[in-house]
Each structure stands twice: as structure tokens, then as C-alpha cells.
Design a protein around this ligand. Structure first.
Ligand code: ATP
Length: 253
């Protein structure tokens, strides 16, 4: 279970009189339940990545709070991280290490012994259909191979909650389908709480039980795909998104 309340974050770029403030997140609230896939949907620059980075404990919020299974990420970061698997946008694999070493290394950081970390790497590789990649250095991996390795690494400690930042970025149709299948399996078979950010409508329609629409750093709508369509008064989800996300700017096409 993930809960975000009144989250705010601004960035200051430059110094002195040249300094410019960007309000990246301006009061985001949402909850993501166990056994559900929740999508953060928003246009470029809406504040999705910043929200997820705060949740992952990578940056601090200026105001508000984020909690994983009721544990505040700012005040009890290690406990919160133990319950959270994070697939970041940069993937960040160590190129000189093999896929197995990348996964096991993270397992060890999360306190698993070597035997357990290796067993988890093998089980996850089987689930993600990447066993033949395990002993290869990640240097030179394709986008899909990187994503699988990074996802296995994020899941190595079997967290109850998973956060993914634009997980299908750069993936082809088959890899995207495989990822969708994996996320559904994690939801249905193990009841994980899954949150992912995207700006791909199709992905949200096919995968999400709940959608949180973010625009200009704020939540502008929250509900199932059907509820959002109904609320926007259109059967076309893309049109519904545009109406909800850009309501204050007049509808665009
Ligand atoms: N480290 C930073 N320094 C300065 N500005 C930042 C920083 N990180 C994010 N921003 C700004 O905050 C705003 C929100 O960015 P964020 O990456 O959270 O959006 P997003 O919804 O994930 O967008 P996208 O879909 O394009 O990835 C943007 O205007 C961005 O330029």
C-alpha cells in the first residue's frame, strides 16, 4: 500500500538573479492499493518522475508525505525501502557486471545472503524469461534486456510494493507485452501494489485498475478508466485524458 499526501517539490536552477524556480510537484495526493495496478498518467513535465523519486527516497519533498505500508519514507527510509522495489527511468546497471551479478549485488545490499540472492536471481530470471542472459555482462544489452535485468534487480528482495518509471520506454511490442504480462502476474498471483508512470494511453487502458491523472504537478482526476471516460463525457480514453489534463487550458486536439 502506497500513500502520498500533499506532496510538493520545487527545484531552483541557476544562482542569484538568474535563479529560476520550477514547481515540479504542487500538492499530489493519491493512494495505491495492494493487488492493484495504479497508473500515474500525465503529459511531459507533469511531475510524475519527481513524485516517484520522492517515494523511492531519492529526493526529499518540500512538503507533504509519502508512505509505504504505512512507513514514512522521509523519517524511516530504510524500512520503507525494504518494502519497495524501484525501476527508475535511468535503469542504472553496472556495465562490467553480468546480469546475475547486478541482481545479486542488490540482493546483498538488501541483506540477503549470497545463496538466497542467487536463488532469487535465478527464479526471477525464469519468470522474466531471461535465463540465457544471466551470465552475460550487461554492457551491450538491448533496451528490453536492460529493462528485464533492472526489473529483476528491483524485485530481488521480494518487495510488496513496486514503483516503475515509464517501464515500457524504448521497448518493442513483444517486450512491452511481456512486461504487461509480468505486472499482471505480480498483481494477481502475489497481490503486489504496483504503481507506474506513463504517458501512453494504451498502456493505461490495458493494464491499470486505477488511474491518477497528473498535470502541472497536481492530481486533476483519479478513478478507473471507465470512471474517467464517464467523467469526461467521452468513450474515447485519449480524448478523456486531454479533457481532464488540460481542462484549465481549453481542450486541445
Ligand atoms: N533536478 C531537476 N532540476 C530542475 N528541474 C527539474 C528537475 N527535475 C525535474 N524538474 C522539472 O520539474 C518538472 C516535472 O518534471 P518530471 O520529470 O517530474 O515530469 P514527468 O511528469 O516525469 O515528465 P516526463 O513525462 O516528460 O518524464 C519539469 O518541468 C522538469 O523540468
Amino acid at each position: 500500500m502506497i500513500e502520498v499526501r500533499g506532496l510538493e517539490k520545487r527545484f531552483v536552477q541557476g544562482r542569484g538573479r538568474q535563479a529560476r524556480t520550477v514547481q515540479a510537484v504542487a500538492g499530489v495526493d493519491f493512494s495505491a492499493a495492494d493487488g492493484r495496478i495504479t497508473g500515474l498518467l500525465g503529459p511531459n513535465g507533469a511531475g510524475k518522475t519527481t513524485t516517484l523519486r520522492i517515494l523511492a527516497g531519492l529526493i526529499e519533498a518540500d512538503a507533504g508525505s509519502a508512505a509505504v505500508d504505512g512507513i514514512d519514507v522521509a523519517t524511516r527510509p530504510r524500512e520503507a525501502q525494504a518494502r519497495l522495489g524501484v525501476l527508475g527511468d535511468a535503469r542504472g546497471l553496472y556495465p562490467r557486471l553480468t546480469a546475475r551479478e547486478n541482481i545479486v549485488y542488490y540482493g546483498r545490499l538488501h541483506g540477503l545472503d549470497a545463496g538466497r540472492a542467487n536463488a532469487r536471481a535465478e527464479a526471477l530470471a525464469a519468470m522474466l524469461e531471461m535465463t540465457p542472459l544471466l551470465e552475460r555482462r550487461t554492457d551491450g544489452f538491448s533496451q528490453g534486456e536492460r529493462m528485464k535485468t533492472a526489473l529483476a534487480r528491483a524485485l530481488v528482495h521480494d518487495p510488496a510494493n513496486i514503483v516503475l518509471d515509464e517501464p515500457t520506454n524504448g521497448l518493442d511490442v513483444l517486450a512491452t507485452r511481456a512486461l504487461r504480462e509480468t505486472l499482471r502476474r505480480l498483481r494477481d498471483q502475489t497481490g503486489k501494489c504496483i504503481v507506474f508512470s506513463t504517458h501512453v494511453m494504451q498502456e493505461v487502458e490495458r493494464l491499470c485498475d486505477r488511474v491518477v491523472v497528473i498535470a502541472h504537478g497536481r492530481v486533476v482526476a483519479d478513478g478507473s478508466v471507465d470512471e474517467l471516460r464517464e467523467r469526461a463525457g467521452t468513450p474515447d480514453f485519449e480524448e478523456a485524458f486531454v479533457r481532464l489534463a488540460f481542462a484549465d487550458e481549453g481542450a486541445r486536439t
